[in-house]
Ligand binder design. Structure first.
Ligand code: GTP
Length: 247
């Protein structure tokens, strides 16, 4: 059983990709389950096999504890751990080749709080796991945003201690030229540095390191148009087969 955590900034398309990746994997005759870890989501386009809202609902937390939307999300994520034993025993019933984990909208609440890491460890147990970090094409087409998103991705890889595949999502929003340019940035630092204009020495080193460590795993996908899933699935298999080498 493999756990695939779907990660990314708010609105990057996590929920849509979770649904469409499940449909794709089912077409490949892979048993696929979905865990919804977002306590604040109102509507889901898929039927989750485990739904954290059955245990903690951010809206109820907001009402019961008289909190604002952000603090209720923080409290909700922390409250998930108070039900850890029940949650674990429900998740242990899931049987599937792939378990897709749709994570909360605000990545910083999940990835940068100790509870987020503990929850991800609790869920996956001793199973192999990886993360898909979604870069929203609409943001990534600007060079500085592209670099910033890759920095966020690296930081999340470090924080959650998971191998990460970077997914350039919503490529249907890009022209052919824009897509080619982003992919070229991922392959060759020179193109990217040219585009960035003036950068200090520290940032230059950082950008070089980032692009070097990216290797080939920036996968263009359009969840909405169902494009790029063959390449994404091949990369998932490659990372899983690579095991510790990708950690
Ligand atoms: P939060 O959890 O609320 O932060 O959002 P999310 O990351 O789960 O994103 P979601 O799947 O809800 O998608 C956000 C918006 O992007 C929706 O309006 C989707 O229809 C749109 N979207 C998702 N994937 C694609 C895509 O591949 N192409 C385009 N054009 N839009 C997309």
């Amino acid at each position: 059983m493999y756990y695939v955590f779907i990660l990314g900034t708010a609105g990057s398309g996590k929920t849509t990709l979770t649904k469409n990746l499940q449909d794709y994997l089912l077409d490949q005759e892979m048993d696929t389950a979905i865990i919804n870890l977002d306590p604040a989501v109102e509507q889901l386009p898929y039927t989750p096999d485990f739904d954290v809202r059955d245990y903690v609902d951010a809206y109820e937390v907001m009402q019961n504890y008289h909190l604002g939307p952000n603090s209720s999300l923080i409290a909700s994520i922390d409250l998930i751990l108070t039900r850890a034993a029940e949650i674990k025993s429900e998740i242990d019933q899931i049987e599937a080749n792939y378990v897709l984990v749709d994570t909360p909208g605000q990545i910083e609440l999940f990835a940068y709080r100790e509870t987020g890491k503990l929850i991800s460890q609790l869920i996956r147990g001793s199973n192999k796991a990886l993360g898909l970090f979604l870069l929203d094409s609409f943001l990534a087409k600007e060079a500085r945003s592209f670099v910033s998103l890759l920095l966020l991705s690296s930081s999340i890889k470090f924080r959650l201690d998971l191998p990460i595949i970077n997914v350039l999502n919503k490529v249907d929003l890009l022209t052919k030229k824009e897509l080619e340019q982003i992919l070229a940035w991922g392959e060759n630092t020179e193109n990217l540095i040219d585009e960035l204009g003036r950068v200090d020495e520290y940032s230059l080193e950082l950008v070089n390191l980032l692009i070097e460590s990216l290797s080939s795993n920036l996968i263009p996908v359009s969840s909405e148009e169902g494009k790029g899933f063959d390449e994404l699935y091949a990369e998932i298999q490659r990372v899983i087969a690579g095991g510790e080498d990708y950690l």
